[in-house]
Write a protein that binds this ligand. Structure first.
Ligand code: ATP
Ligand code: MG
Length: 429
């Protein structure tokens, strides 16, 4: 993408309404636009990141054997009356009537809809286990939307639902998703701490939240230092053991009953990026989602649900990866891999070399944002650091005649001068 043709506009000033760094940086980098309180438009740069995160989340779900579906955003109240949650859910649920005076709602979650899908399709234990997921928008009329996409009213969630014949089988699904979450967050370059969680309006008896450590997190978390072993390969982690290790958030932590000795207890702030529940037959029973078991009896199916805040993750990643100059994207989710800076647009050798680099990288499938605007070099450097692409290739009038460029690593700040061919080669590798 050439900057001169792109929609992107950056802000030099810090927007006054933004209280935390990720919100400030998302606005300054032109990733989002607030359309209404807690309701955002995703602009091209922001959408590229959102899509990359979504894709990593999707790949890990697929690897776990979950199958993707899309469920409706607008749901009939009758399904929620069946489960008994229509009155229980409260004002966070946006309710309205269609033209036939039928009560409808904008889905805050989808247990009822998926249970309805399931009961029409699955009749026997032989068809179990099943894991279904979607990546789709949710609406919750949060009382205090804040911090940009961190706590929006409309937000993108990945929600998976598991269906098993028994509690023991359901625990295996739970553990599979638990491991899948560790893998997903590791690919996003995040340190996630799983903490035991209250089950809230969704109900059930086994639940964990995945908290990303960040100073601006809304939860205070307390955990046994042993949990830091999580930095090891998620594929190797013994989930059963891990679940035994102490970790709790906010009021669930009671210093009087905490089993961890003080010198082994860590305190940090966390952002909840994922939440998993096992809730047994809570929906299956009232909604009549029964299957026949091995003895031919009709039994309610055991279910779990597993959420990831995909749009919240964009902000959480920025909270974990930034400096005073701007965002520092991990390569896995960067909107472009390379930022190409033409220090003197209009200078023939600079323009020619930039064009060549832009063409070669684009042809090789490397995503490049080429700043070809007739702006001062300082403005272009500041913008590139703000946007935070992992690599910058800087082409200036001194090096261009010798076909020399500077290659800058945004994370380390390291700059090396090299020949254009080897710089291109390194970016393609
Ligand atoms: P929170 O405690 O942050 O309000 P929750 O417990 O109500 O979240 P869940 O029902 O567990 O949320 O939803 C699954 C995931 O969706 C959460 O872990 C979080 O990452 C994300 N999420 C929930 N509410 C919001 C929101 N208002 N804005 C953005 N993401 C959200
Ligand atoms: Mg939650």
């Amino acid at each position: 993408m050439k900057r001169s043709h792109s929609f992107l506009t950056t802000l030099r000033e810090t927007p006054a309404e933004a209280k935390i760094v990720s919100h400030r940086l998302m606005l300054r980098a032109g990733m989002i636009h607030q359309t209404s309180a807690g309701i955002y438009s995703w602009l091209p740069l922001g959408l590229r990141v959102l899509k990359k995160i979504e894709q990593i989340v999707r790949e890990e779900q697929d690897k776990a054997g979950a199958q993707e579906v899309i469920l409706p955003l607008v749901q009939p109240a009758d399904l929620w009356r069946e489960s008994g949650r229509y009155d229980a859910y409260g004002k966070e649920m946006l309710r309205f009537c269609d033209r036939h005076e039928r009560d409808m709602l904008y889905g805050p979650t989808a247990e009822e809809v998926i249970t309805d899908v399931f009961r029409h399709a699955v009749t026997s234990y032989k068809q179990l286990p099943q894991l279904l997921y979607q990546i789709h928008w949710k609406f919750r009329d949060e009382i205090r939307p804040r911090f940009g996409v961190m706590r929006g009213r409309e937000f993108l969630m990945k929600d998976t639902y598991s269906f098993d014949i028994s509690q023991e089988a359901a625990r295996l699904s739970y553990q599979l998703m638990f491991r899948t979450y560790l893998k997903t967050f590791a690919r996003l370059d995040l340190t996630s701490v799983p903490v035991k969680a209250p089950t809230g309006p969704i109900g059930g008896d086994l639940s964990h939240e995945f908290q990303v450590l960040a100073e601006t997190g809304e939860s205070e978390i307390f955990y046994d230092v042993q949990l830091e072993q999580l930095r090891q390969d998620p594929a190797e982690v013994d989930i059963d053991k891990l679940i035994q290790i102490y970790a709790a958030a906010d009021e669930l932590h009671d210093p009087k009953t905490c089993p961890v000795p003080e010198d082994q207890l860590k305190t940090a702030r966390g952002i909840e990026v994922g939440h998993i529940f096992y809730f047994g037959t809570k929906y299956a029973e009232p909604m009549n989602a029964h299957v026949s078991n091995q003895d031919g009896e009709r039994v309610p199916v055991h279910m779990g649900s597993y959420g990831i805040g995909v749009s919240r993750l964009v902000a959480a990643i920025i909270e974990a990866h930034h400096d005073a100059k701007g965002i520092i994207w991990p390569e896995s989710v960067a909107p472009y891999k390379v930022g190409l800076v033409n220090v003197r647009t209009g200078d023939q050798p600079c323009d020619a070399l930039c064009d060549q680099i832009y063409q070669s990288l684009s042809n090789a499938g490397v995503e490049v944002l080429y700043d070809d605007r007739p702006e001062r070099a300082g403005v272009k450097f500041a913008d590139m650091d703000l946007i935070g692409l992992p690599w910058q290739i800087i082409v200036g009038p001194r090096g261009a005649p010798q076909r020399q460029v500077e290659l800058k690593n945004r994370l380390t700040g390291e700059v090396v001068t090299e020949g254009v061919a080897s710089a291109i080669e390194r970016m393609i590798a």
